[in-house]
Design a protein around this ligand. Structure first.
Ligand code: CTP
Ligand code: MG
Length: 400
């Protein structure tokens, strides 16, 4: 067994933010890019760099999940990692990480988990460039033309040659960084990043070259970019191809109360029986959408293990399905449905049903045709209704 000497560098990986701008259902560090979370990708990069103490700063309540990601990424460096709980602001989260440093540490790197694809070479380059008196940031040239504005008035052009875009990890000599954090705490000042806090204490900060892959995942389109960078070449070529899915559902007449079908209540019509309200149209659409996106089926997302959906109407199923697809990076193109049933007489409310289902799906086009089956089969004997739905989904996200 190789014995790794005790490191003198520590990397604080801040992952305690909520990811408001990403708008996913989990905090940003726990959102998936492909099969691994944002945090796991960040930690894979950290553990591929030279040995260092690794402190993951996690949101309260998710320490266990962060610990599992840390264990999975650490390989033969299990003893080097630990998880602490973060604070309200990024600065407070970094401060929590600083309190967990080992005594031997002389250089501290602070890294955003949200920069999940940062190359290990960038982490090592920062660590190497830190001196006992100065800090280091990786940065990229600014490519956009910049203007200073006051409200909507353009005041002046800003010379971009004198500007860079800062990334992480940012590296500092431990003692001076701890002093600078203590001073910021005392003054109650919040800084935009660690380099600003360090510079405010009077210490120099130098920059080295950053990299495109170290971009910060902030919005849904950043997450898309990360997914595409990680996809194998063939998958990358296919990543923008629209995808179709099919869903069918059958319910027998015999439920309680009025019929619910295609998101509408049909007073006086015999109800369909089944889990929830028996809305076979909505259920077939859910399966078609999940199938197109490769995200399982209705039983998996809405079955008996999800009692919150018991008795829910079709619009609730559809809205949740749309959210599941959005989180996986899919937009809904259109849905085409065919209903086979003797009752109800569908055509009189077709437009109303299409509008209701379209609304539940965030505006996607839904078209429904209805037919009888010439007296044949269970639909012909008015024993039940059968529905087939086909859905088209497109990889992509809507900016929030
Ligand atoms: N962070 C943290 N503790 C906080 C706030 C942020 O550890 N109280 C971390 C985030 O987890 C992220 C990094 O700081 O890795 C950069 O912050 P940002 O990209 O702004 O992430 P969030 O604050 O989670 O996102 P948002 O601002 O959109 O809510
Ligand atoms: Mg933030």
């Amino acid at each position: 067994m190789t014995v790794i000497p005790v490191p003198t560098t520590a990397i604080i990986v801040v992952a305690a933010g909520s990811g408001t701008r990403l708008g996913a259902s989990a905090p940003k560090a726990f959102v998936g890019i492909g099969e691994r979370s944002v945090l796991r990708h960040a930690l894979d990069g950290v553990f591929a760099a030279s040995p260092a103490q690794v402190i993951v700063v996690a949101p309260a309540g998710l320490e266990g999940d962060a610990e599992a990601e840390l264990r999975a990424a650490a390989g033969d460096r299990q003893d080097f990692g630990r998880v602490v709980i973060g604070g309200e602001t990024r600065q407070q989260s970094v401060a929590a990480g600083l309190r967990a440093l080992w005594g031997d540490i002389t250089t501290v790197l602070v890294h955003d988990a949200a920069r999940a694809l940062t190359p290990p070479t960038q982490i090592d380059a920062v660590a190497t460039a830190v001196t006992p008196a100065s800090g280091v940031i990786p940065a990229l040239p600014v490519v956009n033309t910049l203007k200073r504005v006051a409200g909507d008035d353009v005041v002046e052009a800003v010379d971009r040659d004198s500007l860079v875009a800062a990334q992480t990890p940012q590296g500092f000599p431990r003692v001076l960084l701890e002093e600078a954090y203590a001073a910021a705490l005392e003054a109650g000042t919040e800084y935009t990043d660690d380099a600003a806090l360090f510079a405010a204490a009077g210490h120099p900060v130098r920059r080295i070259s950053g990299s495109e892959r170290a971009f910060k995942i902030t919005t849904p389109s950043d997450l898309d970019r990360a997914r595409q960078l990680l996809a194998p070449p063939a998958a990358r070529a296919l990543a923008s191809v629209p995808r179709v899915g099919i869903g069918t559902d059958v319910h027998a007449y015999g439920g309680d109360g009025n019929l619910w079908l295609a998101g509408l209540e049909w007073p006086g019509e015999p109800a369909l029986s089944g889990h929830s309200d028996g809305d076979a149209v909505a259920h077939a659409i859910v399966d078609a959408l999940l199938g197109a996106a490769g995200l399982g089926d209705i039983g998996e997302h809405f079955g008996t293990s999800h009692p919150e959906f018991a008795g829910a109407h079709g619009d609730v199923f559809l809205a949740r399905t749309r959210q599941i697809l959005a989180e996986a990076g899919f937009l809904i193109g259109n849905v085409s449905v065919q209903l086979q049933a003797n009752r109800p007489r569908f055509s009189v409310r077709r437009a109303e049903a299409e509008a209701a289902l379209s609304h539940a799906l965030g505006g996607a086009t839904v078209s429904i045709s209805a037919t009888t089956t010439d007296g044949l089969g269970f639909t012909g004997r008015t024993e039940g209704a059968a529905v087939t739905a086909v859905a088209l989904v497109v990889p992509g996200t809507l900016e929030r």
